[in-house]
Design a protein around this ligand. Structure first.
Ligand SMILES: CC(C)(COP(=O)(O)OP(=O)(O)OC[C@H]1O[C@@H](n2cnc3c(N)ncnc32)[C@H](O)[C@@H]1OP(=O)(O)O)[C@@H](O)C(=O)NCCC(=O)NCCS
Length: 159
């Protein structure tokens, strides 16, 4: 096979393993004001109530994004979802979130919640396209240096 064909192959989504924690922490830190350390991500992902997936390049060498969700009975919460900044806008976030939602449904989850900054257009578009609807709002929730605090929206998706 031509190497070009292989390089162009689609990313894959796999269950998270601790070996990916460092790369995931770097991806998280590049997108969030307060990043999570590799240790924090590994500890969270190791909790029995947490479902964690990682997006990898087609050769499964490089982490491109990850998502963590906590579930309890029929309810779950997306704790985080983030895609490498250089790979955003190419369908990876959608694939990651859909995989998480499918996995949660298989675990018996029928309602999934999440919290998102009201000004996060990319995330809001993704969530709405996958069936999330707003069920609450916390005004002035996210402090922003040098700018007014942004509202947090609470979204819910029913399976
Ligand atoms: C939110 C995030 C995970 C989305 O991942 P992504 O790979 O960029 O998103 P996708 O390419 O899968 O796009 C999903 C949908 O959102 C839309 N979208 C993507 N980026 C967008 C943007 N900047 N503005 C508006 N809509 C956007 C796309 O049109 C797409 O819809 P489609 O599938 O019908 O075309 C990614 O932008 C990210 O990591 N952001 C930083 C971290 C973050 O904010 N996480 C969410 C915290 S609540």
């Amino acid at each position: 096979m031509w190497p070009f064909a292989k390089a162009a192959a689609d990313p894959v989504i796999r269950l998270f393993t601790p070996a990916r924690a460092g790369a995931c922490a770097a991806i998280h830190a590049a997108s969030f004001h307060r990043g999570w350390s590799a240790q924090e991500i590994a500890s969270l992902a190791a909790e029995p109530s947490v479902l964690a997936h990682v997006a990898l390049d087609s050769q499964e060498k490089t982490a491109l994004g990850f998502s963590l969700a906590r579930h309890a009975g029929a309810e779950a919460e997306i704790l985080t979802i983030v895609v490498d900044r250089a790979r955003q806008g190419r369908g990876l976030g959608r694939a990651l979130l859909q995989t998480q939602l499918d996995g949660l449904e298989a675990l018996g989850v029928s309602e999934t919640f999440l919290e998102v900054e009201a000004e996060n257009a990319a995330a809001l578009t993704l969530y709405r396209k996958l069936g999330f609807e707003q069920v609450g709002e916390r005004k002035a929730y996210y402090a922003k240096p040098g700018a007014p605090a942004a509202a947090a929206l609470i979204l819910r998706r029913k399976a």
